[in-house]
Design a protein around this ligand. Structure first.
Ligand SMILES: [Zn+2]
Length: 359
């Protein structure tokens, strides 16, 4: 899971990322941020991420430049008996299948890497099963997005980008709400926390921060990872605290409280809401820019015949990718700012964190 307060959940206090908890991390033998081993791990991870990204971009460009995207569209239409929504699905299916095949080697290398640095307990079969489930979830989400998008484009070629922006914003908020109950359990087992003492401490900490927590759950992470993690996820009725068993087993209640205090710091500073607004602004610009690029490709270059020609999907994805690449440094800085704010909240709200022992 990624760091940052993106989406409706903050799953960010991976211990080694968290300045407050660096001291604790040392005690349990997790990677410490400035050890040579951790630097090597982080460097390789960055290169893997970059290579994966580069493969994806090259794939998209190749589809557009060679005209394979048109070939795939024709194939999808033939296989889908010229039924438009069915053909959109088949096209997305083929696209995701090819990109999975292309990136599979790197992903397997990433899996080996986690083992090499003793960060993972996961067996190969379990990993492969997770990969398959991840791919299927990706397929379902991409299909929903593509079907909705091209439906809107067909209904309103003029204002599709504005309508799509509104619809996707709603979908995004809905998704953030259901993710902890629907999506996370596909990959991990959760059970209610039985430690009443800790549960009470954490719920009280939540009340102090002004959030009504609807449950504290134990997150069975240890069968897959050695990293400790905690999160405050969901919106409204699905709002819950999840604590990795790796955290519960290796850290004292005081330390766990400190981790959660950081998460609650995100809540107090309304980082979820702010992130949604930031996302909304960026997405609006993104949809507008995509519309411009599509018109440029169709009107000036005649690459696609119409807006609703779903062979233009790689171009849409490419525009979104380039845009997010340009915005990444700013978004990362924003995310770091949020992390520091959450840390400061944790300092203030937890008396047990000794400020003198912090870096
Ligand atoms: Zn955080």
């Amino acid at each position: 899971m990624n760091s940052g307060a993106a989406g409706g959940s903050t799953i960010c206090s991976e211990i080694s990322d968290n300045p407050i908890l660096m001291n604790f991390a040392e005690e349990t033998g997790l990677l410490v941020e400035d050890s040579a081993e951790a630097r090597r791990y982080n460097r390789i991870k960055r290169w893997l991420g970059f290579a994966d990204f580069a493969i994806g971009v090259v794939f998209l460009i190749a589809l557009l430049v060679t005209g394979w995207t048109g070939t795939l569209r024709d194939l999808a239409l033939r296989l889908g008996f010229e039924n438009y929504p069915l053909a959109v699905f088949l096209y997305v299916f083929m696209l995701l299948l090819f990109s999975k095949i292309l990136s599979f080697g790197l992903e397997y290398y990433g899996f080996r890497l986690e083992h090499h640095f003793h960060l993972s307990n996961q067996r190969r079969l379990s990993w492969a099963w997770d990969e398959l489930k991840g791919w299927l979830v990706g397929l379902v989400l991409a299909t929903i997005v593509a079907e909705v998008l091209y439906f809107i484009i067909r209904q309103s070629p003029e204002h599709w980008w504005l309508i799509a922006w509104g619809v996707f914003l709603l979908l995004f908020v809905l998704f953030a709400q259901i993710a902890p109950v629907v999506l996370f359990p596909i990959f991990y087992k959760f059970e209610p926390l039985h430690n009443d003492d800790l549960k009470e401490r954490l719920t009280r900490l939540g009340e102090q921060a002004g959030t009504r927590v609807r449950g504290v759950y134990k997150w069975n992470l240890s069968e897959k990872s050695k990293k400790a993690n905690a999160a405050l996820t969901g919106l409204g009725a699905t709002r819950r605290i999840i604590l990795a068993d790796t955290l519960l087993d290796n850290y004292s209640p005081d330390e766990i409280e400190a981790v959660l205090a950081h998460e609650l710091g995100h809540h107090v500073h309304r980082h979820i809401l702010k992130s949604i607004f930031v996302q909304a602004g960026i997405t609006l610009f993104g949809f507008w820019a995509t519309n411009q690029v599509l018109h440029w490709a169709i009107d000036r270059h005649g690459v696609f015949e119409t807006l609703s020609d779903f062979a233009n999907l790689p171009l849409l994805v490419l525009v979104a990718t380039v845009l997010s690449l340009i915005l990444m440094p700013a978004l990362n800085a924003y995310s770091r700012y949020n992390e520091r704010q959450a840390d400061r909240y944790a300092f203030k709200s937890i008396a047990t964190v000794d400020p003198l022992s912090l870096p």
